[in-house]
Design a protein around this ligand. Structure first.
Ligand SMILES: [Zn+2]
Ligand SMILES: [Zn+2]
Length: 497
């Protein structure tokens, strides 16, 4: 598609008429004023409010979109902007030349139509592609009489954080909620979400992982039973649903533009959010200019921890679990050159002993390995101790099944990569990390893995052992972080010993 500017309007054309060009070549895009007499399409309003979509995403003909634009109700933005000679993707913020490619484009007829490869999974955005948004009135949000029906007890630590979250959401602030693994961070959000919805604000909870979207959606729906909730992840069906409450993977935020009054960003320290700048860009663009941002994590990175200490970042901690027991502190055990042992199909003796003790005591355990090949070497060795010992990794087709079997105590010991470092709860386990000095085991990963032990009120304790061939800073910092949280919790009277 090509555009011409005529009489202060952008006119979309399908042919190569004179003076027409791809949208990114047009210097500035006029926005016609709202015509109050125009009978706008309410479905389009629901679909476009707070969004930035490609024509392909819209089940409406171009003529209808164009009519809404000419009457001031929808907007066109350049999918790709030129900043000097450099290209910038308006959707994902990509500026790196290597992430742009070009193709002979049948839509605009240019031989070299450039497009962004970085966000291509959300549909190709090219020099001739407009991002379409809404400029008319927002849809009305009808509220039920009772927004939140959840009436559970909050621990003392949770209650304090909950108040702060509520206050900061109301005042459009930024806040980091630093809650230890198993503190119950989701419950801390409920009153803040309720207050936002009552004020007719739009709320989004974004998380890096689809699993979490799938787990949170029914939980929130049962607490906010009369609120419509959009659950968004790759392949989900709610893509076009306008809802006061949205639960989405961070990738899905790429389709939003100035949509939310509150964004709650879960697991800000987790992959892929930490390594993909386009997701940070997307989270920023999805916020309204005046809005609240609540970050949740059990393990902020070093930079954020420093900012907290130096008073440069607003934060609140929940240093204790709801069951009032201290977090298990990892114990370090030197195990020599475990890689060399594995290459001879052996495991260090103290690791084997550790496993034997758990098997004899019928205590389940998670044993973390830094990489799949090591784990696969170790599995047959350990299966000679017990045939039901299993191993799991990210692309294991039986992953869900194995996790389920671990839950139902059919597997005594589960070997795993960092895939189970977070987001899973088994009620009564010990944790071992093999080769905890490996680079993949960052401070945050180590804290998360340790955080799998002692989570349930029934079994609030568990041992955590780091088997290593030389202590690293990450190991020392992880231990320190856990001890500091326990000390804070004790001082605040949130744990009993
Ligand atoms: Zn093109
Ligand atoms: Zn892009």
């Amino acid at each position: 598609m090509r555009f011409i500017v005529s009489e202060d309007k952008l006119i979309a054309t399908r042919n190569q008429s004179e003076g027409s060009m791809p949208i990114s070549k047009i210097s500035s895009i006029p926005q016609p004023p709202i015509n109050p007499h125009f009978p706008f399409n309410q479905e389009l309003q629901l679909l476009l409010t707070g969004k930035q979509l490609l024509l392909d995403d819209l089940p409406f003909p171009l003529e209808e979109i164009q009519a809404h634009y000419e009457n001031g109700y929808s907007t066109y933005r350049k999918g790709i902007e030129y900043v000097g000679k450099k290209l910038v993707c308006s959707r994902c913020g990509n500026k790196e030349g290597r992430f742009f490619a070009s193709f002979p484009c049948s839509r605009c007829g240019e031989r070299d139509c450039r497009y962004c490869r970085k966000c291509i999974m959300m549909g190709r955005i090219s020099e001739c592609a407009p991002l379409i948004g809404w400029n008319g009135p927002p849809p009305k949000m009808e509220l039920p009489e009772q927004v939140l029906t959840w009436n559970s007890h909050l621990s003392e630590g949770q209650a304090e954080a909950s108040n702060k979250v509520k206050e900061d959401i109301s005042q459009n602030q930024e806040l980091l909620v630093w809650a230890v693994c198993g503190a119950g961070k989701t419950e801390v959000l409920f009153h803040g979400i309720e207050a936002a919805l009552i004020a007719h604000k739009r709320v989004c909870i974004a998380t890096p992982r689809t699993d979490v979207v799938l787990e949170l959606s029914p939980r929130l729906q049962s607490s906010f039973p009369n609120i419509s909730i959009a659950s968004l992840y790759g392949g989900s069906e709610d893509r076009h649903l306008f809802a006061p409450l949205t639960i989405a993977t961070t990738h899905q935020l790429l389709r939003f533009y100035q949509a939310f009054d509150t964004i709650i960003l879960d697991e800000v320290d987790a992959f892929p959010y930490t390594v993909d700048d386009s997701l940070k860009f997307a989270a920023k663009q999805a916020r309204k200019p005046t809005s609240a941002m609540i970050y949740l994590t059990a393990t902020p990175n070093e930079k954020w921890q420093r900012e907290c200490r130096n008073g440069k970042r607003a934060f609140i901690t929940i240093p204790a679990r709801f069951h009032r027991h201290a977090l298990p502190v990892p114990e370090f055990r030197w195990c020599g050159n475990w890689q060399k042992q594995l290459s001879k199909n052996k495991l260090p003796n103290n690791i084997v002993q550790w496993i034997k003790i758990r098997l004899q005591a019928h205590k389940q355990a998670l044993v973390f390995f830094p990489h799949i090949p090591y784990m696969e070497k170790a599995l047959p060795i350990l299966q000679t101790l017990h045939p039901e010992i299993q191993a799991v990794h990210a692309s294991d087709p039986h992953r869900k099944e194995k996790v389920q079997k671990m839950r139902s105590i059919e597997i005594p010991i589960l070997l795993t990569t960092t895939i189970l470092e977070r987001g899973v709860t088994f009620s009564n386990i010990d944790v071992a990390v093999i080769g905890s000095e490996e680079e993949i085991f960052t401070e945050s990963a180590l804290v998360q893995m340790a955080g799998r032990a002692g989570r349930s009120a029934e079994y609030p304790t568990g041992t955590v052992t780091f088997f290593h061939y030389g202590k690293t800073n990450a190991m020392l910092r992880a231990k320190k972080q856990i001890q500091t949280m326990n000390l804070d919790a004790f001082k605040q009277g949130l744990i009993d010993k």
